[in-house]
Design a protein around this ligand. Sequence first.
Ligand SMILES: Cc1cc2nc3c(=O)[nH]c(=O)nc-3n(C[C@H](O)[C@H](O)[C@H](O)COP(=O)(O)OP(=O)(O)OC[C@H]3O[C@@H](n4cnc5c(N)ncnc54)[C@H](O)[C@@H]3O)c2cc1C
Length: 281
Amino acid sequence: MTEVLSPETVEDAVALLAEHEEAMPLSGGATLIAMRNASLVEPTHLVSLDRIAALRGITRTEEGGFRIGAMTRHCETAACADLTGSFYVLRRAAGMIANRVVRNMGTMGGSVANADPAADYLPALACCDAVLDIAGPEGRRQLSILDYVEDWYETALEEGEIITAITLPAPVEASSTYRKIARVSGDYATASCAMSLDADGQGLRVAIGACGPGPLRDRDGEAALRGKLDDPAAVAEFAGRLVALADPVDDVRGSAEYRLRLIPRLVTSVLSELTQQKEMA
Ligand SMILES: Cc1cc2nc3c(=O)[nH]c(=O)nc-3n(C[C@H](O)[C@H](O)[C@H](O)COP(=O)(O)OP(=O)(O)OC[C@H]3O[C@@H](n4cnc5c(N)ncnc54)[C@H](O)[C@@H]3O)c2cc1C
């Protein structure tokens, strides 16, 4: 029998997780309840984050970025008209998660905590240089999304810690999008690409999903590519660097070899989409 506890503050949630050794945080429950029902996890207590007002909402920060509360549902992110320019990629990713039922249930904090290598938010957040706000028994801390995933389903989240928010830094002037290759609409990605292209057309940020334990980002490669986006050889070289960083697996959604082939195609086609958008604007 699993007991559900419903604290109203982050501090109480952290204290309850520390008090009960086999307790787990519960957000939307889209993944956790299915895992619990299949006996893949057997927590004695579920610490529901649903009544914690501080974990809700998408608000602007003083720096001009955004603070997205961990309990923000995928449907809220997908509908947030303030997420424009370099942050539009997040709206696109949220709108491509599964189906309406899952988007109404699932939360950004729960998805990031779950750290599925094929999840849609991880590359989108990597492309935004997002920072995770974390609370735990040792207090509060922040962590770059780029340092978050350590191995397959292993993250830098310590025992008893919860994600309280995802902070997006001040936006750069850019357009962005997210593309996902999946077997059928609504499935997890076989491979995905989050990209933002600077308004001056000189630089870009790219993160690849589902081709390794965490999102792939090559910031040195992005710097080397700056100003050369109209040179196909330079773009191909950059895509090759991402392929070299990748560590995909064979699974039901595609072979490792197929995923490696998708990376350069995603990079060139998403770049071409953003470039065309810029030319038409
Ligand atoms: C049928 C189906 C299809 C899906 N398809 C996709 C898809 O295409 N793309 C995609 O990206 N995702 C997909 N998902 C996953 C979906 O996005 C989930 O909502 C998400 O993975 C978990 O979010 P949640 O809020 O429901 O978390 P929960 O299920 O409540 O929790 C998930 C895990 O994270 C932990 N946790 C929850 N919140 C926190 C927190 N704030 N801090 C620390 N730990 C926490 C829980 O203890 C648990 O281990 C799918 C899920 C289902 C059921």
